[in-house]
Ligand binder design. Structure first.
Ligand code: GLC
Length: 452
């Protein structure tokens, strides 16, 4: 492909593949989503406390999302109940049929660890309203239905056994609870439903030891005032002083949650892209639109490049087993992470962002040029304004010759074929933090010919 500098940066970075729109820092970034990132000023104490709580999460970069519930038994995607208009009484039958094998979560946690994922986030209650945990507040829960036990407890134990951090997804929207919709128009229903919601969250924050992430979802049909979101978060932090929370209960929380796209925040606010591996979060037996391992590795890189995290989903079946296609892909990603993890974990946002065949991650003054479409014995990067001091192939340590000119750096004498699959890394040392500016190249590079 011949780079066309008139095209948008999104098109420009097409190699990252379906499902991921690439994003660089600075002027070409798309506008902010309404209300998403505007925050009132915070006190230095609040900022420092957030930095403390989020340290592990920023270093971790890569997590596993797990969508599991009654929809996994049905196998038509987690929105089936609404999209197929299934009556509540009919949908409830799935609760009796849900009979997962014991400790299914152990295989998820092992796979997550092998894939290089450092944390897990599992649905404790999705929009369908079924609680995967034991609760005093409803009988519509795993302990009192088909599973006959607390699936969240099993999950927590499994994640901890692999040394992974534990996250809880919780959907505020509820298609099952009698007050789940009328709470918007009936104040008594709102009070009951908010009490129920805060009560379930309280149980989750109380009964499972230390929880690392609370991942709210869909706040329909109330606004943050209606949900009493500030009060809910205050309770959460009281019970779990080290936890981090996302922004989907309508207040900013600790991080933003771009979905099915990679969109770095412009404000410097923490962000995490969540993404499916095919097109469904919950198990969808016929969905075969799987992303390649190359795309998934590219997405991990692309998130790290923008200073964010990547939360990649699996949708286990009703018995708890993971679709084979997901196992294969995560295993391949893990093979790459095994060798290249140091170029991902603990990296910081890169100010080199632009290439049609590579991504970039950074640690201090070291830039990892993550080459996905290996061009041959010469790899060049334009617009670099910082002095390069040395370069090597990351996995072998083999020294790489380089030539730096005003508008480009060329790495030469490289192997004709890509040394690694699906992405090969050149580790490049700079005199200071590497900076790229391709608009500078476009404007300033001496021109000649026509009209001279
Ligand atoms: C959306 C969907 C939901 C999914 C979530 C993950 O909000 O409604 O099904 O769980 O995204 O981010």
């Amino acid at each position: 492909m011949i780079p066309n500098h008139g095209m948008s940066r999104r098109e420009h970075l097409r190699w990252w593949g379906a499902g991921a729109t690439a994003l660089a820092a600075g002027a070409l970034a798309p506008p902010l989503a309404a209300g998403q990132e505007k925050q009132p000023p915070e006190s230095p104490e609040v900022v420092a406390d957030r930095a403390r709580r989020m340290q592990w999460w920023h270093a971790a970069k890569f997590g596993m999302f797990i969508h599991w519930g009654l929809y996994s038994v049905y196998g038509h995607h987690e929105w089936a109940m609404e999209e197929e208009g299934i009556p509540v009484a009919e949908y409830e039958l799935l609760a009796k049929q849900f009979k997962p094998q014991p400790n299914a979560a152990r295989a998820w946690a092992k796979l997550a660890k092998q894939a290089g994922q450092k944390y897990m986030v599992m649905t404790t209650k999705h929009h369908e309203g079924f609680c995967n945990f034991d609760t005093k507040l409803t009988n519509y829960c795993a302990a009192k239905q088909g599973p006959g036990r607390d699936l969240v407890a099993e999950y927590v134990e499994a994640a901890r056994a692999e040394g992974l951090r534990v996250g809880f997804y919780y959907s505020l929207m509820d298609w099952h609870h009698p007050d789940g919709a009328r709470c918007a128009t009936d104040e008594a229903a709102r009070r009951r439903f908010v009490e129920y919601t805060h009560g379930l969250v309280r149980e989750l924050m109380t009964n499972y030891g230390k929880i690392d992430v609370l991942w709210y979802d869909v706040d329909w049909p109330l606004d943050p005032k209606g949900w009493e979101s500030e009060k809910m978060n205050a309770m959460v932090f009281k019970l779990q002083p080290d936890i981090i929370v996302n922004n989907r209960n309508g207040v900013p929380g600790d991080f933003s949650t771009p979905e099915q796209e990679i969109r770095a925040s412009r404000s410097g606010r923490a962000w995490e892209s969540c993404m499916t591996m095919n097109d469904s979060w919950g198990y969808q037996r016929a969905d075969d639109n799987w992303k390649s391992a190359k795309t998934l590795v590219g997405n991990v890189i692309q998130c790290a490049q923008g200073g964010g995290n990547y939360l990649l989903n699996i949708g286990p079946k009703g018995d708890g087993s993971i679709p084979e296609e997901s196992v294969e892909r995560l295993t391949a990603v893990g093979r790459w992470m095994d060798k290249h993890g140091a170029t991902i974990y603990e990296t910081e946002r890169s100010r080199v962002n632009d290439s049609v065949f590579a991504g970039f991650t950074r640690k201090g003054n070291t830039l990892y040029v993550q080459v996905a479409n290996w061009p041959g014995s010469k790899v060049a990067v334009g617009g670099i304004k910082t002095k390069v001091t040395s370069a090597k192939l990351f996995t072998t340590g083999q020294k790489v010759e380089l030539k730096q000119e005003k508008f480009r750096v060329q790495f030469v004498g490289l192997p004709e074929q890509a040394p690694e699959q699906p992405v090969s890394t050149i580790a490049v040392e700079f005199e200071s933090e590497p900076v790229q500016d391709n608009e500078w190249t476009r404007r300033e590079r001496p021109r000649r010919g026509v009209g001279v």
